[in-house]
Write a protein that binds this ligand. Structure first.
Ligand SMILES: O=c1[nH]c(=O)c2[nH]c(=O)[nH]c2[nH]1
Length: 286
């Protein structure tokens, strides 16, 4: 009886690439999750740890970002073909390459503003006691992105600060908002649609120096637009997009190729209210 190595492959899974195509004022946005799996003559590393035929998975990830800059990203099929052929053609020990891509679709809200397609959730919490009725409406999972008009600098720096100041960054968030109504008599459909338009409109229109500033703009716009609302609470995750460093590959990166971060993320939370708002009559969110 002999023990033998069976089929195997390896690669970098889930490279999160955001590519901004900046043709003038109107930006294009491609948002991909790219997974690469290579197969070929890989017996040595499995049996003895001889890595002489192993292209690091880290290199595969770098190739995804470098190709995005060099060639741009069009249809996912074309980008996957480009990558898969590259690995098979340039690595003699690689005989097969599988490139899988998930594409996230964004709907345009403006020249450089986008809403990720996919359903956000409308929420309602009603609390009735013998004394009072409270209606809270809200939305979760509304993903918005501005590919410019966002800066972040002038912040506190201590001995642990490494964040470079940003004068042109991506600002993206998944809006989680709740708003408390003054009473129980609103036109709920109209109120919800108006509230959503106000939140989205303020995100799109605000030239932002911090997500905190955008949060306040969104809350204020909602209160201005909807007199029936007494208070808005927002929790905005800062969905970080890191500029990919392509300089080791002789490529510049003029704000076009981004690593979409997963976690950790900044979480900006706050309430915006009216000074004459009736007090809440029940505990609510946040
Ligand atoms: O808009 C931001 N607000 C912050 O408080 C913060 N902190 C950070 O690291 N990046 C950002 N961005």
């Amino acid at each position: 009886m002999a023990i033998v190595l069976g089929p195997n492959r390896y690669g970098k899974a889930e490279t999160r690439l955001v590519r901004v195509h900046r043709d003038g004022e109107t930006h294009g946005l491609v948002d991909l999750n790219v997974s690469v799996a290579l197969s070929g003559d890989l017996t040595a590393t499995h049996l003895t740890g001889d890595n002489s035929g192993v292209l690091p998975t880290d290199t595969m990830k770098n190739t995804v970002y470098a190709f995005a800059r060099k060639h741009g990203v069009g249809e996912p099929e074309a980008f996957a073909l480009l990558l898969a052929r590259h690995f098979v053609v340039t690595q003699p020990q690689v005989h097969g390459a599988k490139v899988s891509i998930e594409s996230f679709t964004w709907d345009r809200l403006g020249p450089h503003s986008f809403r990720r397609r996919g359903d956000h959730t409308r929420t309602t919490v009603v609390t009735v006691t013998e004394q009072a009725t409270q209606v809270v409406s809200g939305v979760t999972g509304l993903v918005l992105l501005n590919s410019t008009d966002s800066e972040f600098h002038g912040f506190v720096e201590d001995e642990f600060t490494t964040l470079p100041p940003a004068t042109d960054r991506i600002l993206a968030t998944a809006v989680d908002a709740r708003w408390r109504h003054r009473d129980d008599g609103a036109d709920w459909a109209k109120s919800y649609e108006g509230a959503l338009d106000a939140l989205v409109g303020a995100f799109v229109d605000t030239y932002s120096y911090s997500l905190q500033q955008t949060l306040y703009a969104m809350g204020s716009r909602l209160l201005e637009a909807r007199p029936e609302v007494a208070e808005v609470r927002l929790a905005l995750p800062n969905k970080h997009h890191y500029l990919a460093d392509l300089s080791p590959f002789g490529l510049d990166n003029p704000n076009e190729v981004f690593i979409a971060g997963d976690r950790p993320y900044g979480l900006i939370e706050g309430s915006v209210t009216r000074d004459d708002a009736p007090p809440a009559t029940a505990g609510w969110w946040l």
